[in-house]
Structures are given as C-alpha cells and as structure tokens.
Write a protein that binds this ligand. Structure first.
Ligand SMILES: Nc1ncnc2c1ncn2[C@@H]1O[C@H](COP(=O)(O)OP(=O)(O)OP(=O)(O)O)[C@@H](O)[C@H]1O
Ligand SMILES: [Mg+2]
Length: 507
C-alpha cells in the first residue's frame, strides 16, 4: 500500500480512540477517503435494526442525503453491495439506478454518468453498514487495489461498531440514571413526614435546617424508635446533595468478613468469591450522602478504616493499592450513648469526635407528650388510607391515656400499638377505637410509680434505693443481663450503672 494511504489509515485509526462526538468520527472517516481513492463523492451508511440504511456522513453529496433513509430493496445497487463481502464496482454503463442520482454536488458537468463502488462493512461476521464511492470519471475505480479498499472498509466497520457500542452504553447509562432518579423520588415519597408540634420537635427541626446545608458530619442519637432515620432523610433532603441518593449502611448488619468490601469495595481476585470488581457503599455515595445507621455497632477494626477514609477523603478497594478520591457527606445514627461507649473502650474516641461535629439528639416520646395526639392522628390516617375506610377515630379518653404512657419503644411502639388496635376495631366493623381494642394496659405509667409510696414512715434514701434496685433489676431482666443495653435504656453511663448495681447488691 502506498504511504499516503498508510497515513490516512493511521489517522483514522488514531481518531477511533479520540474522544469525539459520533457524527464527527463518521465525518473524519469520510474526509480521509478522497485522499486515497479517486472519488468525487462518498457516503457512509449504518444498518439499523429495521434493516434500513441510514447515511451518517457524506462528502461531495448534498447534506440533504443525511436526512434520507434507504430501503435496500428499493435501491438495487445497495442491495447488491450488501449481498457480498467483496467491494463491488458498477461501471458507468451499469443499468441499475444509482441511489444518489441527482444528489452529487458538482453534477452539473456529468449528470448521472459516473462510476460507483460499494463495500459492505462487516464486524465479526455481522453486517453493520455500507460505504459507497462515486466518481465522475469513467473507469476511475478500475485500478484501485482491492486490499486497500478492504483495509479501509475494515477500519470503517470498526468505527461503526465502536460508535454503536458507545451509544448503546450511553443509552444504558441514561436509562439507569432515569431509573435511579425514579427510585430516589419513590423512596422519598415513601419516607414519612416528621410529625410533631411540641417545642422539642420544633427545636429538632431548627437543628436539622441549620446543619443540613453544610457538609458537616452529623451524629444523630436518641432512643430506639424516636425517628432517627426520618431525621437522616430530612437532613439529606434539605442538603445541597438532595438530588443524589442517600446510601444506607446498617453497621449492625454488615456481613462478617465482607464488611470492609461492603463499605469500600474490592477488586477482582481480592479474596475467594471476588469474581468481579465491585464498588463499595462509599463509592456509590460519591457526590452524595452516606448514612451509617447503628454506627455504635461498627467493629473496632472497621472504625479504624472508616476514620482513615474520613480523614483522607480517599479509599482503597480491598485488594487494590490505588487510592480513590471520594466526596461523601456522612450522617451517622445510634441509639447508644457513644460517649459512654468511648469510655468503655468500645468506640474509638477519634472517630467519635470526627462524627460528632454536629450532634442531633432526637428526644424520646415521653419528653414530648404533646406530640402523642397528633402522632396518633397521623398514624391512624395511614391505616385508614390503607384500608380505604371513610373514617377511623379514636375515643378522646383513650387518646388521653395513650398520652400519659411512657412508651419506651417510642414512636415505633406507639405506631405498632395503635395499628394493632385499629386492625381489631376494623375486624369488628368499628370506626371508633375504644380502650377495649388495645392489648396493653392503658393505665397511666407515671401514676403506677405510686407502688413505691410508703404507707408507714420510712427513710427516703432507703425507699429511693429500693426503687433504683428494682428498676435496674427490671431493666437487666429485659436486656438479658446486658449491662451496656441496660445503661443505654436508663440513659446513663455503663460504668456508673454497674457500680450502682453492685452497691445495691445486684449480682
Ligand atoms: N416525628 C415522626 N413523625 C411521624 N412518624 C415518625 C416520627 N418519628 C418516627 N416516626 C416513625 O416511627 C418509626 C420509627 O422511626 P425510625 O425508624 O426513624 O426510628 P429510629 O430512631 O431509627 O429507631 P432505631 O434506633 O430502633 O433504629 C418509623 O415508622 C417512623 O416513620
Ligand atoms: Mg433506625
């Protein structure tokens, strides 16, 4: 092959890997063609799924051609080109109509008398398109080397294939993105509202609004069932990252042995079963928010790794020495008292301080009794809506009783209790929920402590200690003698609780 051809082919090959829009790739290909083949016009077609030939780049032809679609059956020359893998020449006296008759730019001189050459483009045995060359000079294509045109066709075919694959990937990505957006929307609309009129709730809302727009790490604490997850969603939804997903990690449920890979990802072959590269939750959250729920349960080893990622803003997938930069906002939640956990050596102090940049405490339901009636209304409305009932009420005196209970399981417990009662009432075809439908005693928890009111004179100190002992014993019984859990429940330091227990003679 001559050196000019080699140069053109090399240029085309280099352009194949250049980052160009697909129509530019096509045009580059066609632009090089008249430097090596004696032609006045050329066209590159892509064969689409319906079997139509779509012109994607032309030279020496009216650009109107780009708007046309060619049915091979209606164009015998194109049909003939597609039927063979060899380049096909049509002489000037060939009786078959030329698909471009009347479209050559400088046809004024030659009307429709010209030579034509067509070449089918194959990739891995599959027809992907057609290349055509036209010349106003009779016999122009007689002396072209077949190998030259075949080499050119192979490059053209590779270009078409690459672009098709690239476009397919782009389409797939677009589809994936719109699916993700839809899922984010759906997840958001399923997230319940944060209901509450108490001062404590108003303070909570103000806190959320204050910190949401910053990129600070937020540590949400509060007893079980108080709504920490709702708070995390509210924080993310009010942040500048709201359009990105909030990736959820339950630190208490990280699979043993795979926890690190779950968080930071792994490369193929990093460990048995790592058959593919995989991004971890951190990478998935890049540009968005990572919600580390139950952070207090994270094993110490992972706490150290997490701290390093937070400090450096970059991570390494398991088995890789490459550092990946990530931009992730951290929201963490726990129902443990992390400061106590730090003292007990269960949680790293440095990580605690890193996460605790902006602490948000979600108050217990017993500290915001005012919210119980409105919460009850909201929760019942959900049941009513689910069962498509015209109405569902709760007796006012029952509501009062609910408001005077302590609710150790907080809103979750209130929700479950109310839902069970509502279901029983619905079964009975009742639209008003009375105390009769509740499976818990609706007595006033606070008044129940009258059990400890003495009837004969006794020292106060002794009475209080008696109550403390019973309270600790009761809590330990509920937590299977787990002092940490008992301390969390009683909202006190584990060490102090333990010492107090021993002093009161608890074994
Ligand atoms: N202010 C609120 N308004 C309405 N529903 C709420 C509110 N707070 C909590 N809930 C509901 O109570 C249930 C428990 O809330 P959530 O899961 O957020 O609690 P949590 O603090 O994360 O508990 P845990 O520590 O056990 O994980 C959820 O169904 C939630 O929608
Ligand atoms: Mg939770």
């Amino acid at each position: 092959m001559n050196s000019k051809l080699n140069n053109v082919l090399l240029n085309i090959a280099l352009n194949l890997s250049a980052n160009l829009a697909s129509d530019q790739h096509y045009q580059h290909l066609i632009d090089g063609i008249d430097q090596v083949f004696p032609c006045d016009a050329s066209a590159l077609f892509v064969l689409d799924k319906q079997g139509l030939l779509i012109p994607v780049a032309v030279k020496g032809l009216s650009t109107a051609v780009l708007g046309r679609r060619f049915f091979p059956q209606a164009h015998p020359r194109l049909e003939a080109v597609m039927a063979t893998k060899e380049p096909l020449r049509f002489d000037a006296d060939c009786p078959l109509p030329d698909p471009f008759d009347g479209m050559l730019l400088n046809e004024a001189q030659a009307i429709d008398i010209h030579d034509c050459l067509g070449c089918s483009l194959y990739v891995e045995g599959q027809l992907v398109g057609v290349l055509t060359l036209d010349s106003l000079t009779v016999g122009a294509f007689d002396n072209i080397e077949t190998v030259a045109i075949e080499t050119f066709a192979a490059l053209a075919a590779a270009t078409l294939r690459n672009i098709a694959q690239f476009n397919a990937l782009k389409d797939q990505h677009k589809k994936q993105k719109s699916l993700t957006d839809t899922l984010i929307q759906q997840a958001r609309s399923q997230q319940g509202e944060m209901i509450g009129i108490s001062q404590a709730m108003q303070r909570l809302r103000t806190n959320i609004a204050t910190v949401a727009t910053s990129d600070y790490a937020v540590l949400i604490s509060g007893e079980t069932g108080t709504g920490k997850e709702l708070v995390a969603h509210a924080l993310h939804a009010q942040s500048s990252r709201a359009d990105t997903p909030m990736i959820y990690v339950n630190c208490a449920a990280l699979p043993e042995g795979l926890a690190e890979s779950e968080l930071f990802g792994h490369v193929k072959g990093a460990f048995t079963g790592a058959n593919n590269h995989r991004a971890g939750k951190f990478e998935l959250a890049d540009g968005g928010t990572l919600f580390l729920d139950e952070i207090g349960e994270l094993p110490l080893l992972l706490q150290a790794k997490l701290l390093r990622v937070l400090q450096q803003g970059e991570l390494q997938r398991v088995g890789s020495d490459q550092h990946l930069h990530v931009n992730v906002r951290i929201i963490a939640a726990t129902n443990r008292q992390l400061d106590t956990e730090v003292e007990l050596g269960h949680f790293r102090a440095d990580l605690y301080h890193r996460l605790n940049v902006f602490p948000i405490f979600v108050p217990s339901l017993r500290d915001r009794h005012d919210d119980i009636p409105v919460l009850a209304g909201y929760l019942l409305e959900k049941v009513r809506h689910q069962f498509k009932l015209p109405n569902l009420h709760i007796q006012p005196n029952v509501l009062q009783m609910l408001a005077s209970k302590l609710w150790p399981g907080n809103i979750r417990e209130l929700e479950h209790t109310l839902t069970r009662a509502a279901l029983r009432a619905i079964q009975d075809n009742q639209h008003t929920i009375t105390s009769h439908y509740f499976d818990i005693p609706l007595t006033n928890d606070v008044k129940n402590t009258s059990l400890f009111f003495p009837t004969s004179p006794q020292p106060m100190r002794q009475l209080v200690e008696q109550y403390q002992k019973q309270l600790i014993e009761h809590t330990l019984e509920k937590t299977n003698t787990n002092w940490s859990k008992a301390a969390t429940f009683l909202q006190m330091d584990r060490g102090n609780l333990y010492r107090m227990g021993k002093k009161l003679g608890i074994k």
